[in-house]
Design a protein around this ligand. Structure first.
Ligand code: HEM
Length: 465
C-alpha cells in the first residue's frame, strides 16, 4: 500500500520515544508550534474540531476481513443474555461469526502505521468487533474470564499503541470516527452526518451518538476561543483584555447552547432502551462493580495494565477543554469555596484524568497544551476587575449545564436501574443488584461522580473582590 506519512502522524508516533522539541523542529523546520498553537498539529480541525473533516476511508484490501466481520455483526449477533426466541435463533450464526474471528490470520499492522486515518479506522473496526465478540458470547458464569482471540487482540493492541489510545471501544470510535456524510458535497454538520455502526442496531443508540456529535460540533466555537487565549502574547494589554471580555461573553452563549443540546436529549433518546438495550454493549472489563468478568488479550503480554472501561461521553475532549480552560479543579488540589462536602471528598478525584486516557493521544496532547499556558484565564480574570463578572458568568452557566447533565444521568441510569427490562431485551435474570448504587460506564457511582464534578465547577467561581 502506498501511503505518505503525514507530519501530524509522524509527530504522534514519535512523541513517546523522542525529544518533542527536536522532533518538532525536524518536522516544521521552525519554532512555529512553540510560538502559537495550531490545532492541526494535534489532529484537531479548525472547522470540525475533534472530528476528522471527512469520514475515515475503509481499510485497504489486506485488512478486509476485519471490515467484513463488522459489516455482518449486527445481523448475526445479539447480546448473550438476550433469551428472546429471535435472539436464541441467532445463536448458531453468532457462533459462526465468532469462530470466523478466531480463524483470522494475525495481521501485521505494518502497512497502516504511516497513515493516521487508516489507524483510526482500524481501531474503530477492531474495537467494535471486540465488543460484539465479548458481549454476544455465552458465558459459563458471570465471573468467567473472556479470552479475546489473538487475531483480534494482537492488532487491536498494536493499533492502540500507535494512536496512544485505550484498546477498547471509546467515545472516539463510536462518535468521532463512526459516521458518513448524508451529502458529501456539503460540510460536516449534525444534519449532514449518519452513524454507520450501531451495536444494538437501535434508533436510541444512533440518537445518543448524534446528541454527542451535536455537543462536539458546537464545542468547536469554544475551541476557537480557547486557542485565541492560548495564543495571546500578553494578557495584560488593553486590546487583550478587551478580546478576553468579548470571548468570555461569547463563551457563555455557547455553553448555554450546549445546555440546550443536553436538554434536547430527553426527547431524542429513549431512557429505557438506552439502559437495557444499548448500554450493555458498551460495558468494558473494568466495570467490576457489575460483576463483569475480566478480559484476557490472548497473545498480548501486558494486557493486565490496559484501560478497558468502554465508551463514555465523559471522554469527550471538548468538555475537558472547557474545564481546563476555566481551571475547574476536579482533583481538589486548590483551596476553594465552598469547601468540598464529605461526598465530594470520597469521589474519585482522578476520574476526569482517567477518562483522558481513552482519548486519542494527539487530542490528549492538545488538552495538555491548553493547560500549559503560564497564566490561565481564571488567574487573569482574578487580577482584572473587568473580567471577573464575564468569567463568573461562564462558570455559572457551566454549572447549570452540569445540573442538567445530572438530571439526565439520573433519568437514564439511576432511575432505569430500578426498572424491569423490556421484553425485547430478553433478560431473565438481572445481574445488577436492585437498589444498589448505579455505576457509570467507568465503574464509578454515578451520583457521587457527577455531583463532585458539578461542585468542583461551582468552586471555580471567583469570590467577590
Ligand atoms: C443519555 C445521555 C447521557 C447520559 C445518560 C450520561 C451519563 C453519564 C454518566 C453516568 C457519567 C458518569 C461517568 C461514567 O460514565 O462512569 C457521565 C459523565 C460525563 N458525561 Fe455524560 N451522559 C450523557 C450524555 C452526555 C453527553 C452528550 C456529553 C457530552 C458530549 C456528556 C459528557 C460527560 C462528561 C464530560 C462526563 C464526565 C463528568 C463531568 O464532566 O461532569 N454526557 N455521563
Amino acid at each position: 500500500m502506498n501511503v505518505i506519512p503525514s507530519p501530524v502522524h509522524l509527530l504522534d508516533r514519535a512523541r513517546s520515544t523522542f525529544d518533542l522539541t527536536t522532533l518538532e523542529r525536524a518536522i516544521y523546520g521552525s519554532n512555529q508550534r512553540r510560538e502559537g498553537m495550531r490545532p492541526q498539529d494535534f489532529d484537531v480541525d479548525p472547522q470540525t474540531g475533534f472530528f476528522p473533516p471527512r469520514p475515515l476511508p475503509h481499510l485497504p484490501a489486506a485488512f478486509s476481513i476485519w471490515e467484513e466481520s463488522l459489516a455482518g455483526a449486527q445481523q448475526a449477533l445479539r447480546l448473550a443474555e438476550n433469551q428472546t426466541p429471535a435472539a436464541v435463533a441467532k445463536r448458531t450464526a453468532g457462533e459462526r461469526w465468532r469462530a470466523n474471528v478466531r480463524s483470522w490470520p494475525v495481521l501485521n499492522i505494518g502497512d497502516l502505521r504511516d497513515n493516521l486515518r487508516c489507524l483510526q479506522r482500524a481501531h474503530m473496526v477492531l474495537a467494535f468487533n471486540l465488543h460484539y465478540y465479548v458481549h454476544s458470547m455465552p458465558k459459563a458464569n458471570k465471573d468467567a474470564l473472556v479470552h479475546i482471540p489473538a487475531p483480534l487482540a494482537i492488532p487491536l493492541a498494536a493499533v492502540s499503541k500507535e494512536l496512544n489510545i485505550a484498546p477498547v471501544l471509546t467515545f472516539a470510535d463510536v462518535v468521532l470516527w463512526n459516521w458518513e456524510f448524508v451529502d458529501p458535497e456539503q460540510p460536516l454538520s449534525v444534519g449532514n452526518m449518519r452513524y454507520v455502526n450501531l451495536l444494538s442496531g437501535t434508533e436510541t443508540e444512533a440518537a445518543f451518538y448524534t446528541a454527542s456529535a451535536a455537543v462536539e460540533l458546537k464545542g468547536v466555537e469554544m475551541l476557537q476561543i480557547i486557542e485565541g487565549f492560548v495564543n495571546l502574547a500578553d494578557t495584560s494589554e488593553y486590546s487583550s483584555v478587551a478580546k478576553i471580555y468579548r470571548d468570555l461573553c461569547q463563551l457563555k452563549t455557547t455553553v448555554e447552547e450546549l445546555t440546550e443540546i443536553f436538554r434536547s436529549i430527553r426527547s431524542a433518546v429513549d431512557p429505557h432502551s438506552f439502559y437495557w438495550i444499548v448500554r450493555p454493549w458498551w460495558n468494558g472489563a473494568d466495570t467490576k462493580a457489575n460483576g463483569q468478568p475480566g478480559w484476557v488479550f490472548d497473545g498480548v503480554p501486558n494486557y493486565a495494565s490496559f484501560d478497558l472501561a468502554g465508551p463514555s461521553a465523559g471522554q469527550s475532549s471538548v468538555m475537558h477543554a472547557l474545564d481546563i480552560f476555566l481551571d475547574v479543579d476536579h482533583k481538589l488540589v486548590h483551596h476553594r469555596q465552598p469547601a468540598p462536602s464529605e461526598a465530594n471528598k470520597k469521589a474519585e478525584h482522578g476520574f476526569m484524568e482517567r477518562m483522558r486516557r481513552y482519548m486519542p493521544g494527539a487530542h490528549r496532547e492538545y488538552l495538555n497544551r491548553i493547560g500549559s499556558v503560564p497564566r490561565n484565564v481564571r488567574q487573569v480574570a482574578e487580577a482584572t476587575p473587568n473580567l471577573r463578572e464575564p468569567y463568573n458568568a461562564v462558570v455559572d452557566t457551566l454549572k447549570r449545564l452540569r445540573d442538567e447533565h445530572m438530571k439526565i444521568a439520573t433519568l437514564y441510569v439511576i432511575t432505569q436501574a430500578r426498572t424491569t427490562p423490556p421484553a425485547s431485551a430478553g433478560i431473565i435474570s438481572v445481574e445488577e443488584p436492585k437498589g444498589g448504587p448505579a455505576v457509570g460506564t467507568g465503574g464509578n457511582v454515578v451520583s457521587v461522580t457527577l455531583k463532585a464534578s458539578r461542585d468542583a465547577t461551582q468552586r471555580t467561581r471567583l469570590s467577590d473582590a
